[in-house]
Design a protein around this ligand. Structure first.
Ligand SMILES: Nc1ncnc2c1ncn2[C@@H]1O[C@H](COP(=O)(O)OP(=O)(O)OP(=O)(O)O)[C@@H](O)[C@H]1O
Ligand SMILES: [Mg+2]
Length: 244
């Protein structure tokens, strides 16, 4: 059984569970790193809940631990201590292989810098996660990627490589790529961080629109309070603890 299948099976079990409106719940999350014989405590007991379909903005100064928290939510990293339930599942009781399945089938990541593959076209970048998951034929994958490109308003940029796209266009390709596997949860780390104000708002409105059309949940990190105010929930981190 491939990791994706393991997680899909779990999701079905999860839907029968009693936490059905709670998508994820984190309790007393700690993260420390050993550094030169000392210990750096980055997260110091963070609690976080999100309901299905909810949008949460994470704000806080540089170094507050926002990316660290997002990586733990996305199971890219394990906490030093603390509980994490996604639906009815105890996430960090999973093996690394199961966590990879969880990420591939459940989460779409959008990073501050788009991390598009430079040698591939916009369309091929979007096709990539679907090719990796191997769930469909190449022709179906191409059609799906074309639909996603249209959804982000870039149907006429299919054959452009990242260097032949503007910053806002690159970020929209990254959003389309994050949506390719129909994730339940989008995790976005400063998705508009390197864009001008107007493009930030249009990229952000695109994400919020996808949230209301598709009902997917979203957690995003931002330094922009105007964008943070558009989220239903906000979490402010300071020195590794939640302020409000
Ligand atoms: N691998 C690591 N080893 C040691 N310290 C780390 C490591 N990763 C992060 N840190 C420290 O953890 C703190 C929080 O980092 P993090 O990237 O989560 O901050 P952030 O809130 O996302 O900041 P920014 O807004 O600048 O992106 C920082 O002080 C950083 O130096
Ligand atoms: Mg960060």
């Amino acid at each position: 059984m491939v990791p994706g299948e393991i997680w899909v099976r779990w999701q079905v079990i999860g839907k029968k569970g009693h936490m059905k409106d709670v998508l994820l719940k984190m309790t007393d999350i700690h993260k420390s790193y050993p550094m030169a014989g000392m210990q750096v405590d980055v997260l110091k007991g963070v609690d976080l809940d999100l309901e299905s379909g909810g949008v949460l903005a994470v704000v806080g100064a540089s170094g507050a631990g926002k990316s660290t928290l997002l990586h733990i939510i996305g199971a890219l990293d394990r906490p030093t201590k603390g509980g994490y339930h996604y639906k009815d599942h105890d996430v960090f009781k999973c093996s690394d292989r199961e966590l990879a399945g969880f990420r591939n089938s459940t989460i779409g990541f959008i990073f501050q810098f788009h991390h598009l593959l430079p040698e591939f076209t916009a369309l091929e970048n979007i096709m990539m996660p679907l090719m990796i998951s191997g769930k469909a034929k190449k022709e179906e994958i191409r059609e799906k990627a074309q639909t996603l490109l249209k959804e982000v308003g870039l149907e006429n940029r299919e054959f452009h490589r990242p260097s032949e796209l503007s910053g806002g266009e690159q970020q929209r390709v990254a959003i389309a790529r994050a949506l390719a596997n129909d994730p339940e949860l989008i995790l976005a780390d400063e998705p508009t961080g390197n864009l001008d104000t107007q493009t930030s708002h249009s990229v952000f409105d695109l994400l919020v629109g996808l949230n209301s059309q598709r009902g997917m949940s979203m957690i995003f990190v931002t330094h922009n309070m105007e964008l943070a105010k558009k989220a239903k929930h906000r979490l402010r981190l300071k020195d590794g603890v939640v302020l409000d």
